[in-house]
Design a binder for this molecule. Structure first.
Ligand code: IMP
Ligand code: MG
Length: 177
């Protein structure tokens, strides 16, 4: 078994690229069935979602738009960062169907904030898609509409996901040993 060392930690193989690809194809079908007539705007949350988003949109056989955003987190006096702003969103959102594309939904803090910011911008319909979902860590109520895979509450890297900047280029997903 091929172990991967990143910084001070060791990771072992967890989900292969082939398995991920099959799941991405499945949710691409579900998204197509639901949204093919809506000319949706996919809002890809950088950095971690770039590989998932690229593979997902290649499998969508209908017209759509794709844009990339970063979330600015304001570090207040508390130790927890708070998402306060969407950076890079130049497209008009009002009255459109938008799909948030995330690499992983953990507690849900990030996706909830983005969801509410898009709601303020008067999106007509907001859907959410994620590569990975940790159901036991999720603390929010907003629906996660398209989930490729549910995983346990473990720390993973690869396929875009990082540990302190490293591991994004791994083609499979690895889990902390
Ligand atoms: P949330 O706001 O708690 O849902 O966390 C979401 C963000 O935390 C993701 O976009 C990732 O950047 C990061 N994250 C959460 N779990 C993991 C993991 O297992 N590996 C790498 N990053 C993670
Ligand atoms: Mg992320």
């Amino acid at each position: 078994m091929e172990l991967i060392h990143l910084h001070d930690k060791t990771f072992k193989p967890y989900i292969t690229e082939q398995v991920i690809d099959e799941r991405v194809a499945q949710i691409a079908q579900n998204i197509s069935a639901d949204l093919k007539k809506t000319l949706p705007l996919f809002i890809v949350v950088l950095n971690g979602s770039f590989i998932f988003a690229a593979n997902l949109v290649k499998k969508l056989p209908f017209p759509c738009e794709i844009t990339f955003v970063k979330l600015a987190s304001y570090q207040g006096t508390q130790s927890t960062g708070q998402v306060t702003e969407i950076i890079g969103l130049t497209e008009a959102i009002e009255n459109r169907t938008v799909v948030i594309v995330e690499d992983i939904v953990d507690t849900g803090t990030t996706i909830e904030k983005l969801y509410h910011l898009l709601k303020q911008k008067k999106a007509k319909q907001i859907k959410t898609a994620t590569l990975l979902f940790k159901p036991t860590a999720y603390k929010k109520d907003i629906p996660i509409d398209y989930i490729c895979m549910e995983i346990a509450n473990d720390f993973v890297v690869g396929y875009g996901l990082d540990y302190d900047g490293l591991g994004r280029n791994l083609k499979d997903i690895y889990v902390l040993t």
